[in-house]
Design a protein around this ligand. Structure first.
Ligand code: ADP
Ligand code: ADP
Ligand code: MG
Length: 437
């Protein structure tokens, strides 16, 4: 096993990974930007290296400084968390060239699956359904005709997109050109790649994703699904597992499709295959996330499998010691993402407790919410035997959670738990947008 790992991230996910390392007896190295010097992940790690100023491009995305920090501290592996460099195949390859293990899939696999257009092409080859759409748009192409053929409404999507960035909804032909330009420019800025394609916009669908875990010997397991339909601006806000409307038969089919995708990609480590599910039980591949997912803890709750520890073990060459038949998913788990809606200093913090209630966060008393990074400041996670119990438990936990000094979305999350349609499981990806909030 590794004796020392560098965590190339900040916030709750860095804390999550450091905790896993501690439990495994692995030494940890935190990296941090100047304004993050007094944050929790830095305090919890065994060693710490400042990698630059506030701007992510100069610190958490600064590949050179991160690799130097790993070499200087003798870290054998780097865990990238999610966001930042986690889906950067170039960074994974660079780690390898320096003899450092990148905790994630092989860089060539990341390259292949990280590009939405490439991934769609692979799905077509292996017979996994995708949303009807085009390939990457080429200069001089008759996009109006292409769009008319696909039909409106449609989405312009950046091939390199992630985190809801580089997506535009086009409802009528007159918006097409402008949306293509806007999506492409946004993607060029965020991902240094302006490639876009068109995809039919499906309505009344749910976002249902499958968690896979694959080792280096070819064993691929699926740890069930997560329903992530509760989104605002194409970003997930609340996730639950199991999906309240899925049947066992459909789950098996989606599991098989996800495993097929992982197999075809030559995938190793933890990954997520995202699908849209319509009311008739048809599902369509939208993308694969070749990394740890924000909402992984709800899967851990119902499966009892520690996904982060398995990412580390697999990166070290340890084979999975269990089979699909050994995976037993029980009970129900919900996650609410807690986001800051303002800057400020957390001058009072109370975190709810109780059986199978936990708050994954890097917040402590007097934490400062900085404008440079993601607005998500914590994830409240509950587990209960049934969905009804889990919703009640989440409502109680949200009511108990107190974060003073910054504005948060706690009240909005409580409103969802109290909403009748949510309680009935009757929601799709547009539900939160239309809920009065
Ligand atoms: P998940 O599907 O795991 O919930 P999200 O799409 O919400 O993932 O992204 C998780 C985090 O990573 C968010 O903070 C998001 O802003 C960030 N992120 C996602 N994709 C990228 C990317 N390609 N580059 C940089 N940050 C990203
Ligand atoms: P990202 O990489 O930013 O996560 P995704 O392709 O996963 O991009 O899309 C983000 C969200 O947008 C999905 O979770 C879903 O809610 C919505 N979405 C994506 N594709 C479609 C589509 N073809 N029709 C309807 N909604 C979609
Ligand atoms: Mg996605």
């Amino acid at each position: 096993m590794f004796s020392k790992i560098l965590i190339a991230n900040r916030g709750e996910v860095a804390v999550r990974i450091i905790r896993a390392c501690k439990e495994m007896g692995i030494q940890t190295v935190a990296v941090y930007s100047e304004p993050d010097a007094n944050t929790l992940h830095v305090a919890l790690a065994d060693e710490r290296v400042c990698i630059g100023p506030a701007a992510a491009t100069e610190s958490y995305l600064n590949q050179q400084n991160i690799i130097s920090a790993a070499l200087a501290t003798g870290a054998q592996a780097i865990h990238p968390g999610y966001g930042f460099l986690s889906e950067n195949a170039g960074f994974a390859a660079r780690c390898q060239r320096h003899g450092i293990v990148f905790i994630g899939p092989d860089s060539a696999v990341m390259d292949k699956m990280g590009d939405k257009n490439n991934a769609r092409l692979l799905m077509k080859q292996i017979g996994v359904p995708t949303v009807p759409g085009s390939e990457v748009l080429q200069p001089g192409q008759d996009v109006a005709a292409l769009a008319a053929e696909i039909g409106y409404p449609l989405l312009v999507k950046a091939s390199a997109g992630g985190g809801g960035k580089g997506i535009r909804l086009v409802e009528t032909p007159d918006q097409l050109e402008k949306s293509i330009r806007a999506a492409s420019e946004e993607a060029k800025k965020a991902f240094d790649n302006g490639d876009v394609f068109l995809e039919k916009y499906l309505t009344g669908v749910r976002h249902v994703e499958m968690q896979v875990l694959a080792d280096n010997s070819g064993r691929i397991l699926c740890l069930g699904e997560r329903d992530c339909s509760l989104q605002l601006n194409k970003q997930k806000a609340i996730e639950e597992t199991p999906c309240p409307v899925i049947t066992d038969t459909l789950r098996r089919q989606m599991e098989q499709a996800a495993v097929k995708v992982a197999q075809a990609a030559g995938y190793t480590s933890a990954g997520t295959v995202e699908f849209l599910l319509d009311r008739d039980g048809h599902f369509y591949f939208i993308e694969m996330n070749t990394r740890l997912q924000v909402e992984h803890p709800i899967t851990e709750e119902i499966s009892g499998v520690d996904i982060v520890k398995w990412q580390i073990r697999i990166a070290c060459g340890v084979p999975l010691p269990f089979d699909q038949q050994d995976i037993h998913l029980t009970g129900h788990s919900i996650e609410c993402r807690i986001c800051a809606k303002s800057r400020g200093t957390v001058d009072f913090l109370h975190v709810p407790g109780g059986s199978r209630v936990h708050f994954d966060t890097a917040l402590v008393q007097d934490s400062e919410i900085l404008p440079y990074y993601d607005a998500m400041i914590g994830k409240l996670i509950v587990y209960a035997p049934t969905r009804e119990d889990a919703i009640r438990k989440m409502e109680a936990a949200l009511c108990e959670l107190v974060i003073h000094g910054v504005q948060t979305n706690i009240e909005e999350q409580i409103a969802v738990m109290r909403d009748r349609r949510f309680q009935q499981g009757d929601y799709d990806t547009c539900f939160l947008q239309t809920l009065n909030r």
